[in-house]
Design a protein around this ligand. Sequence first.
Ligand SMILES: Nc1ncnc2c1ncn2[C@@H]1O[C@H](COP(=O)(O)OP(=O)(O)OP(=O)(O)O)[C@@H](O)[C@H]1O
Length: 566
Amino acid sequence: MSGVEMVSGRIHERLKRFEKRSPVPVQEHAASLASELAEGLIHQGWTDEVKELVALFSQPNFKSLLCVHDDVAQRNFEPNLPPIPDDVLEEDEDSVKIVSLVKTKDPLGATIKMDKSTGTIVVARIMRGGAADKSGLIHEGDELKEVNGVSLEHRKPKEILSLLARSQGEVTFTIIPASKEEMSSNKTLFMQALFDYDPNEDPTVPCKDAAVAFRRGDVLQIVSMEDDTWWQACRLGDSNTRAGLIPSQQLHERRVALQRPKALFKPRRVKPPVMEDVDYGAITGIHIAGLRRSFRLGRKSSWAREAARSRRWSTGFHGAVRPPTYKQVIPFHRDPKDKHRLVVLVGPSGVGVNELKRRLLLSDPDHYGVTVPHTTREKRRQENEGVDYNFVSSHMFEEDILNHRFVEYGRYSGHYYGTRLDSVHRVLAEGKVCLLCVHPNKIKHVYTSEFKPYVVFVKPPQIEELRLTRRRVKFICDVDDKNSVRIFSEEDFEDMINLAETLESQCGHLFDKVIINGDIVVAFKELKADLQKVEEAEVHWVPSEWICSSSPTKARRSCGHLDNWI
Ligand SMILES: Nc1ncnc2c1ncn2[C@@H]1O[C@H](COP(=O)(O)OP(=O)(O)OP(=O)(O)O)[C@@H](O)[C@H]1O
């Protein structure tokens, strides 16, 4: 233990002992007593001892010590607050705060503006390092009620500026503090982790004990991004509120890139045969009972298989591939009266997306709902309009395509099939949770603040478990030929795993939940429990862009040039 630590340890012990005794000062005017004593002693005779004592009393540090002693003895350190105005107390007793700041020739370091909806004066910004910031007592979003006892009601920001210009020295503000939510959304940056991180398995972490472990989906409150490689963050829900190190976005992206040298190879170019394309994800519903068919698997020719393999590097997503790292999120409090969040299920062909959707529907048909697809093909005898499909003409279908009314659509055997946005609205309007299966590159069409989709990625297990769990599975592989039944091949499994890997790396940032579909009973149970948890959650962490565009904070920031300096 160092000398300093020993001394401070002893001081602490001594203070603890005195605290119990609740000491009272013997004397409240030690400074004046010392100067009186020095004067008296001089008159007694100028001996060496008197000289030494008078010299000691006149030393500035000794004088300061006695002054501090007197201040503490007289309790001069307690703030001297002006009386709280009665009318303000009656209005909102709990939330009023009185703040005194000392004004120098510099501004206080804050801007104010009028909140147009309420007509009140609010603090728009606090400038880092200014007097207001250093005091820690005034925050963005605080409502100003009075300045030096003068009410600000019906006053314009300009009038307040002149009021402040007149005040010298101490300025007293009566404030209604911003709600915690507003303060935190103003100042705090939340990131949702899109990967698991364990510092114990990271040899490069500067200090394991100072790092924070997290799992995919955890929300991290970012405290500092000053270092390019290691950010500081607290994990929400942790009892430990101390911030720790986490890999920065840049660092994690670099690591992932280094782990995947395969990505350097170009995809094989496969010449497609003459075959119409169809986006089979559009074909949904539980109306196909009994033996499951797989449209996506069923159409696989040798070309499709090759293409599926090459899709490992090209899955219809253009632009630079960015591995999932963090997503900036913001808390959203869903009103129970609001429509449910849309549930989007995605996964590689054959993994069990439709099977899970079917089980959810059967488990609670009054609670879950699915969209009814549109098609241009002829209605079959056993089919019902508006139940199995909405049957429309090609002309109507094409007009809807031009008007961007489809989440996704495609062509198969000369006919169009597609899921229209209004069919999603219809399910939600019934008060149901709408389950939508789409190709991952179509998520963007519903990735909006209106739908607030909760995206579940269904992932295949390891190949051994895939073989084991699917060994008896048969599916109809040609929609027009109910007798064309087959089982999964080894290539199907490989394609499924490869495509899952690609999808996860290319659009993992959109996935809220990853379900590994090994044992179907376990996967279904996990999915249902997770969806229930989401519905019951008080706080939903959603992408910040869904909320920010309409938030008053953003609005306030965006019109910064209108703020008035105080
Ligand atoms: N965990 C599982 N264990 C065994 N069989 C499963 C499992 N999950 C799904 N299946 C079966 O695998 C087949 C394909 O599943 P499903 O149709 O749901 O796949 P999909 O992901 O919707 O792909 P596609 O769109 O190509 O149909 C079905 O017969 C389904 O019953």
